[in-house]
Ligand binder design. Structure first.
Ligand code: TTP
Ligand code: MN
Ligand code: MN
Ligand code: MN
Length: 365
């Protein structure tokens, strides 16, 4: 018989962008279980289900104490029937059969390995699986044609699936900083992504480049990339130019969360001294994202590129549903006033949105 537990119930606001979510929290086993199911849904292109699990995981990350009984969760937002069932199982048995089955399924593991190759998305991975390719060896032995990105991804698979450390990120920051300040005096380099949120490891290193005088950022990317290349620091790079002005959807109506800045997806070659390469190696490969923004859009780009991905999604949902505004990494449009709201800092954007400022280290939803 169940004894009436002493229930201290939690309260949590609805949107992740209203909450402070630290990297370390009290419910990792619950959030891990839900995150795995979210990942599986993403790998199967079930975005609705993926977001539902991500939101549920984020609520658990925001709780001020460890959950010991589902009764404590009564009234909390974003916890659907399915998520609650998973939580109940993990609380009772320490694991959930759906999670365990997924974790060990051939399809999940094949999708994980194949999409773990830089340049390979879920559609490609799914097609390969249907052709009987489940792992790297089978891919290498098959006659599959790879594009340049995928070939680089496969060549550097081991390195790129090793976590990038904070020391690596600092080392790359120095390199990029040196390149930018010698080529473009006055231009600024800002570390974004997970490292700006205080993560100790990441899958890549993300940078925003800008110049304090509007327009002076033009040409920055080409120069920096050419210099890096001439120094033998690039194993791969693909630069896309800024398509913001010509885009038909416009800043107020972004068609997706992909932005239109000039950007470079790169694979850096870090030598000993710049990193600790694996035993017996002289260097290691590291993924780096470089993004150039005009200073007028910098605050929006910084907010958009700091993440987490769920935090970003929730900011846009809040803007749209609660404020009749449209937020992108370029701008904030007020649909009621029919005008763009300017901002030169993240704090101003939160103010425009009617939200308390959440610092980067507390955006780990
Ligand atoms: P990521 O580098 O994918 O994620 P991360 O830095 O949070 O985590 P990791 O340690 O695994 O690298 O993306 C960083 C942020 O950039 C994320 O919030 C989403 C945002 N972003 C865009 O705004 N536009 C884009 O086109 C891409 C690819 C990312
Ligand atoms: Mn990143
Ligand atoms: Mn990532
Ligand atoms: Mn990135």
């Amino acid at each position: 018989e169940e004894k009436e537990e002493e229930t201290c119930s939690f309260t949590v606001p609805n949107y992740a962008c209203q909450r402070r979510t630290q990297l370390h929290h009290h419910n990792p086993s619950l959030s891990d279980a839900l995150t795995l199911l979210a990942e599986n849904a993403e790998l199967n292109e079930d975005d609705g289900r993926a977001v539902a699990f991500r939101r549920a995981a984020a609520v658990l990350k925001a709780l001020p104490a460890e959950v010991t009984s589902v009764s404590q969760l009564k009234g909390l937002p974003c916890l659907g029937e399915h998520s609650l069932r998973v939580i109940k199982d993990v609380l009772k048995d320490g694991s959930c059969s759906e999670v365990e089955t997924t974790k060990h399924s051939q399809r999940f593991n094949a999708l994980k390995v194949l999409t773990g190759i830089f340049g390979v998305g879920v559609k490609t991975a799914d097609r390969w699986i249907r052709d009987g390719i489940f792992n790297l060896q089978q891919l290498r032995e098959s006659q599959t044609t790879l594009n340049r990105a995928q070939q680089a991804g496969l060549d550097h698979y081991e390195d790129l699936n090793q976590p990038v450390t904070r020391a690596d990120a600092d080392s790359i920051t120095e390199i990029v900083q040196e390149a930018v300040s010698s080529l473009f005096p006055g231009a600024q380099v800002t570390l974004t992504g997970g490292f700006r949120r205080g993560k100790m490891t990441g899958h890549d290193v993300d940078f925003l480049l800008t110049h304090p005088e509007e327009g002076r950022e033009e040409g920055l990317m080409d120069k920096v990339v050419s210099w890096l290349d001439s120094q033998g620091l690039l194993l791969y790079q693909k630069t896309s130019r800024n398509s913001y002005l010509e885009s038909r959807d416009g800043p107020g109506r972004p068609s997706s969360n992909m932005d239109r800045f000039e950007r470079c997806f790169a694979i850096f070659k870090l030598s000993r001294g710049q990193t600790s390469p694996p035993a017996g190696h002289q260097w290691r490969a590291v993924r780096v994202d470089l993004v150039v923004t005009p200073i007028s859009q910098f605050a929006f780009a910084l907010l958009g590129w700091t993440g987490s991905k769920l935090f970003e999604r929730e900011l846009r949902r809040w803007a749209g549903h609660e404020k009749a505004m449209s937020l992108s990494s370029h701008a904030l449009f007020d649909k009621t006033q029919k005008r763009y709201l300017r901002a030169s800092s993240e704090e101003e954007i939160f103010t425009h949105l009617g939200l308390s400022f959440i610092p980067p280290s507390q955006r780990n939803a």
